[in-house]
Design a protein around this ligand. Structure first.
Ligand SMILES: [Zn+2]
Length: 279
């Protein structure tokens, strides 16, 4: 296979994991070159249904054949260095590069990161909103799975946030304890700690802007990654529990689930590297 097709194959394999968005399911990496290219084009097109802040899929092209993947939340220099040590063919992340509005010049930190990838011929594959939203492998789906929540619908811009129920009938304070166990870090709980949590909303990462909608929906609690100053007052006045659990902490599960799926489905070696982030 030519470099172009093979690199495309990486994106195809990963893109094919989102059949609900793409309408295509790639069953094998042994597609003919033409089939691979066709699927890649269609999947890329369907991934664009998200109004995202970065390109999704293959962001930096590396070597043609991919057998070993290092996965992480963010394509920081520390993650890239680990990928080099691990002789990875591809780095798979939730937070890649080329964010809307950022300085496009390739200088300093950005140059060093890209040089690491290019000098070592490593592919960079990133899925942002599609990996938050995916119904099985996504961050929100995985958080629900680990917390035992039953999803009943979605809300927020592009329906990224989830709502559902928790049959344990815990208070918000008890829910915070269980979240700490699952996520490995203490959430910040504001609002009503004594409120019984039957119906709740959740969204990984920087999703504090959906809180108002969670309040309007009459939910008992909102679980997300970050919190802003005004959320505190709204939570107190609405009597809704707000649990800020960490942007990084809430976005570790999706990429791990995707990596595990790749390992199982396509026989790739996948290693998750957790570069600690207190935010
Ligand atoms: Zn994020």
């Amino acid at each position: 296979m030519s470099d172009g097709v093979a690199a495309c194959c990486t994106a195809t394999v990963l893109g094919g994991l989102f059949p609900s968005q793409s309408g295509f399911k790639v069953a094998t990496t042994k597609n003919t070159a033409n089939r691979t290219v066709t699927l890649c084009a269609k999947i890329s097109h369907n991934l664009r249904r998200f109004q995202d802040y970065c390109p999704n899929g293959l962001q930096v092209e590396g070597r043609a054949e991919v057998k070993r993947i290092v996965a992480g939340v963010t394509a920081s220099q520390a993650l890239l260095d680990r990928a080099v040590v691990s002789s990875a063919d591809a780095v798979l992340v939730h937070h890649g590069y080329f964010w809307k509005g950022e300085d496009a010049r390739i200088m300093g930190i950005r140059r060093r990161r890209l040089a690491t990838l290019i000098n070592h011929d490593i592919n960079l594959v990133a899925y942002h909103l599609p990996l938050d939203a995916h119904p099985q492998l996504g961050n929100n789906a995985q958080l629900a799975l680990k917390m035992g929540w039953q999803a009943s619908g979605r809300f927020g811009a592009q329906e990224i946030a989830w709502q559902g129920s928790d049959s344990r009938n815990e208070t918000a304070a008890q829910l915070a304890v269980r979240l700490a166990q699952v996520l490995g870090r203490e959430p910040l709980l504001v609002g009503s700690a004594d409120r019984q949590v039957r119906r709740l909303g959740w969204c990984s990462g920087g999703s504090q802007s959906f809180f108002e909608e969670a309040v309007a929906l009459g939910l008992d609690a909102y679980v997300c990654g970050e919190i802003s100053e005004q959320n505190v007052h709204l939570a107190r006045e609405a009597g809704v529990a707000y649990l800020a659990c960490g942007h990084h902490a809430t976005e570790r599960f999706g990429v791990q689930a995707l990596a595990a799926h790749l390992a199982e489905q396509f026989g790739l070696e996948c290693e998750f590297v957790d570069i600690d982030n207190p935010v």
